[in-house]
Design a protein around this ligand. Structure first.
Ligand code: SAH
Length: 276
């Protein structure tokens, strides 16, 4: 049985009173998926770990580095958390106070759309010592692999990272459209596959030309990675046609056009597909 199939582990969660000094929690960014994109510090933390609480997006090849550790899956995709965030924070605090050092392993960078900030706040509030090991975020991996520099003097003087995840049951897209639709910037949207159509429509409604280049980069740095390239007008239909699935990033802006020249040189592009 793969570690990913293992049931949630709670049985040995200690219940004794807090020790005077809590053990350390290390919030580790696992990067976009390719184990070669782990930092040296992240790899060291995994090799030393005895207990790892990991998210759904972390691939087995990376988990396999934590040979001595008990592995616990605590998070699925956004909106479908195996363990509610508050319970996860409470669990980490409880484990640390009982003397169990642990690695909290998160996809990409812990402080970019991973709720790492909330977890760090909970640890700080509880007086648990913690360290954050940054990771390569999906935007950086997608940019490198797809040949779309996030900034470029001719196209974008700024880059905005935003989430396309709907907030609450109302399904509201909580975004500052006017800010996202500014010229000469690259917009990268995480968790935006299911909301692609309203996002493209809103960006156009708030001032971006309908033929602004836009791309989806699916599974950046992972096996079977693909990119689908179009414009704000054409991308939603292309995404349906090619059945783009999460994890994928939406990249909007002039830098997308650079993929025609830059993507061919990337090693990763040999297993990627581009659709004009
Ligand atoms: N902390 C992570 C982001 C977590 S939110 C980071 O810094 O990358 C999860 C979203 O990240 C996914 O829905 C998807 O939009 C994006 N993502 C994560 N890994 C990805 C990958 N390999 N390729 C493309 N997008 C990815």
């Amino acid at each position: 049985m793969s570690v990913l199939d293992e049931p949630l582990y709670f049985s040995s969660v200690p219940t004794r009173e807090p020790a005077p000094r809590a053990a350390r929690v290390t919030l580790v960014g696992a990067g976009p998926g390719d184990p070669e994109l782990l930092t040296v510090r992240a790899e060291r933390a995994l090799r030393r770990a005895r207990l790892v609480l990991y998210d759904h997006l972390v691939p087995p090849e990376i988990l396999a580095l934590a040979r001595q550790a008990e592995l616990v899956c605590v998070g699925k995709e956004s909106g479908d958390h195996t363990l509610p965030q508050a319970e996860l924070c409470a669990l980490m605090v409880r484990l640390a106070r009982s003397g169990r050092a642990l690695v909290r392993l998160k996809g990409g960078d812990p402080y970019i759309f991973g709720r790492g900030g909330e977890e760090a706040q909970a640890l700080a509030a509880a007086g648990v010592p913690f360290e954050v090991v940054p990771g390569i975020s999906a935007a950086q991996a997608a940019a490198a692999e797809a040949g779309m520099p996030l900034t470029h003097r001719d196209h974008a003087a700024a880059v905005v990272l935003a989430t396309g995840h709907r907030r609450g049951d109302q399904g509201m897209l909580d975004m500052d459209w006017a800010a996202l639709a500014r010229p000469r910037q690259t917009v990268v949207i995480y968790m935006g596959v299911s909301t692609l159509e309203p996002i493209c429509a809103q960006l156009a409604a708030h001032g971006l030309a309908e033929d602004t280049p836009a791309a989806l980069v699916e599974r950046a740095s992972r096996a079977g990675s693909r990119r689908v390239v179009g414009t704000l007008r054409t991308l939603p239909a292309l995404a349906l046609q090619h059945e783009v699935r999460s994890p994928a990033l939406l990249i909007v802006g002039g830098v997308v056009t650079l993929h025609e020249v830059l993507a061919a040189q990337g090693v990763a592009s040999t297993h990627s597909k581009t659709y004009a």
